[in-house]
Design a protein around this ligand. Structure first.
Ligand code: ADP
Ligand code: MG
Length: 307
């Protein structure tokens, strides 16, 4: 267990997603080692310590190896500027999570190129490249360990004070202080069970501590009570600040944080624009907004139109 501690931190947020994927056990083992089944090039391009965080997908086609005849992504192209916030929305199975899997280089495209800071991912060492990315998954893993150590997985060499600063920025400090033994309270299976909103804020604290240039946020679909919702949105504001962000969004408050929204269907981008552009177009986005955000979307559109 000691040997894997470092890589556990780097990949802890990925595990939740992959546990739900086919072949989860093997994948989990892969993540916990520093090995990866994606080959590193013989002479990888070295990224600087501080990258700018631009992302490009150029005409990417992709099928999952387990379903070679089903296209998961077709002629997919996006260009995201350093620091830009892009929301991805679309029905279940549209390929939203696949965008993240390819960017994290768990798979390579069949056709096309994916670049970070103008360098093709295939020219980079995948382990080095992933140090610049952070993922907040839909259902973050809470380890059987203290609250303090659960956040420290984000960056194993962080001091207690740094962990607590991250918790404050993630609106998690207050609820952690209220736990029976504060930051020393055991969480996870044999410890205190956190609410959905508390788990999300803990995952956000980990990501703030990790401080990646590129952030991938797969927003939880579960409904939160109003107070948790406000706390999570405040935490997200702090997390997104200054980072290139791709966010799979299920809430109106989150899409409204984006500079641009991409609408995906069947592995393709079918529309893009701001929330009000897309509502006005009245296509798939307007229908999704009605389903996912309910009356919220219509209300917000009216208030935007009125102001
Ligand atoms: P979304 O996140 O938009 O719900 P996904 O990106 O998870 O969609 O999935 C896109 C398509 O790829 C779906 O048809 C899904 O069933 C398929 N898929 C996702 N993961 C795998 C996998 N590991 N193996 C095979 N097919 C997969
Ligand atoms: Mg998904």
């Amino acid at each position: 267990a000691v040997v894997v501690a470092g890589s556990l931190g780097a990949f802890s947020e990925v595990i939740g997603d992959l546990q739900r994927a086919a072949g989860a056990t093997e994948r989990l083992l892969d993540l916990l080692s520093t090995e990866t089944d994606i080959a590193s090039p013989e002479n990888p391009v070295a990224l600087p310590d501080k990258i700018s965080g631009a992302i490009a997908f150029e005409n990417v086609d992709f099928n999952y190896p387990a379903r070679p005849n089903q296209s998961a992504m077709e002629q997919f192209s996006i260009s995201v500027k350093a620091g830009e916030k892009v929301a991805i929305v679309g029905p279940s199975g549209a390929g939203k999570t696949t965008v993240f899997q390819l960017l994290l280089r768990y798979y390579d495209p069949l056709k096309g190129v994916i670049r970070i800071d103008d360098v093709a991912l295939t020219d980079l060492d995948p382990v080095e490249m992933r140090k610049h990315l952070g993922l907040v998954s839909q259902e973050p893993v809470i380890f059987s360990n203290s609250a303090l150590e659960n956040i420290r997985y984000g960056r194993p060499d962080a001091s207690d004070a740094e962990v607590m600063d991250a918790a404050r920025a993630a609106s998690a400090h207050e609820f952690i202080k209220e736990l029976p033994e504060g930051y020393n309270t055991y969480l996870g299976e044999k410890g205190v069970r956190l609410s959905g909103g508390q788990r999300q804020r803990l995952a956000i604290a980990r990501a703030i501590l990790r401080n990646p240039t590129i952030l991938l946020l797969d927003e939880a679909t579960s409904a939160l009570d109003a107070e948790s919702e406000r706390a999570v949105q405040l935490a997200l504001d702090n997390l997104l600040e200054g980072r290139t962000t791709l966010m799979i969004a299920h809430r109106l408050a989150t899409v409204l944080k984006a500079d641009r929204i991409l609408v995906m269907e069947a592995g393709r981008i079918v529309a893009s624009g701001t929330h009000s552009d897309l509502i006005a177009q009245g296509g798939l986005y307007a229908r999704l907004a009605e389903l996912q955000f309910g009356g919220e979307a219509a209300l917000d559109f009216q208030s935007q139109a009125a102001s």
